[in-house]
Design a protein around this ligand. Structure first.
Ligand code: CA
Length: 238
């Protein structure tokens, strides 16, 4: 893949790979991710997952270490050895410093010890995928609007938009999930770095301001009543 290539609207559906042999954990995780609109492939063994990894470009690999046919750490080592930079979030049952250091040394982007809180896992997933996108020098373009994920600048036909940090945060999550409905809760979670609670009213205000600033951007920022918002190309909305 050409890393400099912009991320296009058709790439909007991110696909995750989950390698976890505990059916209960795999099931609840997959369900939570799918509820957020993401596609998830689930495998319980390294063998099946390795085939998938060679044929599909995943936005993220969530990797359990204790697998029936192979140590997940070996799969990670092989992945990095063949220069596959798919972001990897490791799930480990052992919460020991040595283990954490080993996992990061092998090239994991982050790790989480079991048992974990689903909300924390989702926050880690967002952080890992966001960092990976920024690293790739990616940009997202919809209509005449572009967002540079590394510098976090948004522009319309080269004219930089003046956005407050929160307006930028809201725009970022809408663009990352462009073409899909984003709930107010998802917006709140995306902005979770801020200490204060973000009310629904505040989100409505930021969206209102964004709409004004995006007037000439050829994007359609629609309110989905009682749920959230949908950002897409005006041409696609027509
Ligand atoms: Ca396991």
């Amino acid at each position: 893949m050409d890393c400099a290539a912009p991320i296009r609207a058709e790439d909007a559906n991110v696909r995750f790979l989950l390698i976890e042999d505990d059916a209960q954990i795999a099931d609840s995780l997959a369900r939570a991710l799918r509820a957020g609109g993401d596609r998830v492939d689930v495998y319980g063994t390294c063998r099946d997952a390795e085939q998938a990894l060679r044929s599909v470009e995943y936005a993220l690999l969530i990797l359990d270490l204790g697998l029936p046919d192979r140590d997940g750490a070996n799969l990670l080592r092989d992945l990095r050895a063949r220069n596959d930079h798919t972001p990897v979030l490791v799930l480990t049952a052992r919460d020991e410093l040595d283990e954490r250091v080993r996992v990061l040394d092998l090239g994991a982007d982050d790790y989480l010890s079991k048992p974990f809180d689903l909300a924390e896992l989702q926050a880690r997933i967002r952080a890992v995928t966001r960092r990976a996108l920024a690293r790739s020098g990616g940009e997202i373009a919809v209509g005449k609007l572009r967002l540079d994920l590394a510098s976090r600048h948004a522009d319309v036909e080269g004219n930089i938009l003046e956005l407050s940090p929160r307006e930028l945060g809201v725009l970022e999550v809408l663009l990352l999930r462009r073409g899909r409905v984003v709930s107010k809760q998802q917006i709140q979670e995306h902005l979770c770095d801020w200490s204060e609670e973000l009310t629904d009213g505040a989100i409505e205000l930021y969206v209102h301001r964004l709409r004004k600033k995006l007037k000439s951007a050829d994007v359609d920022l629609r309110t989905v009543r009682g749920f959230g918002y949908l950002l897409r190309d005006s041409a696609a909305a027509a």
